[in-house]
Design a binder for this molecule. Sequence first.
Ligand code: XUL
Ligand code: CO
Length: 444
Amino acid sequence: MSKVIIGETEYFKGISQIQFEGKESRNPLAFKYYDPNRIVSGKTMAEQFKFAVAYWHSFCNNGGDPFGVGTKLYPWNTSCDPIQNAKNKMDAAFEFLSKLGVNYFCFHDVDLIDEGSSLSETEYRLQAITDYGLEKMKGTDIKVLWGTANLFSNPRYMNGAATNPDFNTVAYAGAQVKNAIDATIKLGGENYVFWGGREGYMSLLNTNMKRELDNIAQFFHMAKDYARARGFKGDFLIEPKPAEPSKHQYDFDAATVTGFLREYNLFDDFKLNLEVNHATLANHTMAHEMQVAANAGLLGSMDANRGDYQNGWDTDQFPVDLYELTEMMLVFLDAGGFQGGGGINFDAKTRRNSTDLTDLFYAHIGGIDAFARSLIIADRIKSESDYDSLRSDRYSSFDSGIGLEFTDGKLSLSDLHKLAHQQGEPQQISGKQELYENIINQFI
Ligand code: XUL
Ligand code: CO
C-alpha cells in the first residue's frame, strides 16, 4: 500500500495507516486477522479479496432516514461550490482509503459530484472531478473496482430508467450511462455495474413486462457495445435485488439474472455483483446466491454487508457473522475465488447514530477482519477436516459403474426402470447435516 495521501486539509486527524497487529492486539485501529500479504489458498489475502470502499455510504451519506434529517456532518461536505465540495470529498476518500490500506473504491456518477441543472452542466462537472481524480491517482495504488450510474434517485426515473415506458427517459438514462462508462474508463475502472432499483414495476396493471425486459436487454447491449468500442476490457456486472425501491425488480436474484443473460445473449460480457442483504431480501442465503452464480461461471463480484433478521428491508450493516461468512467463503474457495476481475465492496453504512469519523474506520476494519477470519476458517475446514470428502462421498455412486454411465448420458429412462426392478427399494442414507454444521463450529 502506498503512503498516506492527505489533501489540503487532513480530515481523519490522529489516525495513521491501519496495520495488521494480530489477534492478541487490543488496538481498535488495527487489523487482527487481515494480513494483506498472508497467503490463504494459494493467493495473498489482498489478491483474494480486492476490498473496496463504497463512495456513497462512506463519503456522501449523511445518516438521514425517512424520520429525520442527517446526523453526520462530514467536514468535507460543507462547501457551497459543487466542484470544490466534490474535490474536498475526493480528498477525504483518498485519505481514508490510504489510511485504511484498501486500494479500491466504487462510485455512482452522482457520488463523485452533484448533478447539475442540465445534462451539459452535469457533464462539465463530471469532467472536472474525473480530471481531479486522475491526477490524485497518479503514483498511488488507489484504483476503481467499478463505476455505475445512479438511475434511481432523480424523479425523472420514477417509472424506471432503461425500462421506462417513455422513450425520452430511456434516452436520458442512456446519456447518463454513457457518461458513467466514460468516467469509469477514464479512472481505469476494472468493472461496470448495473443495479436496477427502479427497473421493475409498482403495479403490473400498467406495465408491459415483456416490452420492458426487451428494452433493458437492448439497452445493455448498447452500453456493452459502446464500452467495448472504447477499449473497456472489464466485466459488466448486474446486481440482483428482488424489491426496494420497486415492488418487484426484474433482477430478482442470481437465478433470474442468469436466465435473463442467457435469453438475451449477454452471457459473454456480463456477470453478477451479489449483495448479502439483497440475498436475504430474496429469501436466500448469500451462500446460495454465490453457488448459483458460480455454477454458471458468473461469480463476478460482491457487495458485502448484512441485513437485520428482525426486519425486512435493506439495512446495509457491516458484516460480522462468522458462521454466515464461513459458509460464503466455502463456496468462494470452491469456485476458485471470483470468476472475473471482481472484489469485495463494502456496500455498508455506519448506523445513523455512529457519528464519529473514527466509526468509519471501526466499521471497515471489522468487516475486513470478519472476511479475513472466515476465509482462514474455510480454508482450514477444506484442508484439515473431512468436509470436502464427506461431500464428495455423498455422490460417489455416480463416480463409477452404472452411476457413471448415467452421468455420461449413456442410460435411458427404460434402463433406470429395469435397474430399479433389479435393485429394489434404495437404502436410507443419512444427509448428516448436523455433522457438517459441527465442523464449521469446530473450526471457528
Ligand atoms: C442498493 C445498492 C446499490 C448498488 C449500486 O441496494 O446495493 O448501492 O450497489 O447502485
Ligand atoms: Co449494492
